[in-house]
Design a protein around this ligand. Structure first.
Ligand code: DC
Length: 211
């Protein structure tokens, strides 16, 4: 069975996950959030107090992992883990490890027809031949406001100005890094997610008509 792959790329807090969940539910596609895997690795290193600059230690630790959880957790969503994930994601060996997890995920779900995978390099590097590529665009102030509300709603203390700075810093790291920087993938459709979710899904529904 030929699998259908939909990729969603875009900057931090651009709403990729919400869009991926929408597609996953409506078309019964399996959703994979690749950022969660970078966050899992970041959490492991954080818990074991392995410094991000200690590249050899990170390599050794990753080699020892034989099973990584794909489960969501509030612990993965803190500002600290977000920053850490962005820091370790610059290394090619970390990216290769996460990419292999994604390929395994798709191949092991033999009976699943379609997958929707979100991240920063999914359409540009990981699944270059995807059936449909989306790139989500939202200005940084709107992203910071939405992330601020999310954090407050989940009970974390938060300051809007700090969130805006964090969002801009992560954009810089994600776009400027040497390995698999965040770019608009070749052939991607740009989705404007500045307005209401209804406005966003109207754009998605049109593109998904063939699936
Ligand atoms: O999508 P997210 O905010 O959960 O991602 C956390 C970090 O992981 C992000 O700042 C950069 C990194 N990441 C990446 O480099 N490539 C991906 N495909 C997904 C995430």
């Amino acid at each position: 069975m030929k699998k259908i792959i939909i990729t969603i790329d875009g900057p931090a807090a651009s709403g990729k996950e919400k869009i991926a969940k929408y597609i996953s539910k409506k078309w019964k596609f399996k959703h994979l959030d690749s950022g969660l895997l970078y966050r899992r690795l970041a959490l492991i290193l954080h818990n074991e107090k392995i410094e991000t600059k200690d590249i050899n230690e990170i390599k050794k630790r990753i080699e020892k992992i034989n099973n990584i959880s794909f489960r969501r957790s509030k612990k993965l969503r803190t500002q600290e883990i977000s920053q850490l994930a962005s820091k370790i994601a610059i290394h090619q060996f970390v990216r290769q490890y996460v990419n292999d997890l994604q390929y395994d995920f798709v191949s092991k779900h033999k009976k699943i027809r379609g997958f929707v995978i979100d991240g920063r390099d999914i359409g540009s590097v990981v699944f270059k031949k995807a059936n449909l590529k989306l790139y989500i665009e939202v200005n940084s102030e709107i992203r910071a406001k939405r992330r601020y509300k999310q954090l407050i709603d989940s009970g974390e203390k938060s300051i809007y100005r700090k969130i805006l700075m964090d969002v801009k810093l992560r954009d810089k790291k994600d776009k400027m890094r040497e390995n698999s920087p965040l770019i608009i993938p070749n052939g991607a459709h740009i989705i404007n997610n500045n307005k209401s979710f209804k406005h966003t899904i109207n754009q998605i529904n049109k593109l998904m008509e063939n699936f």
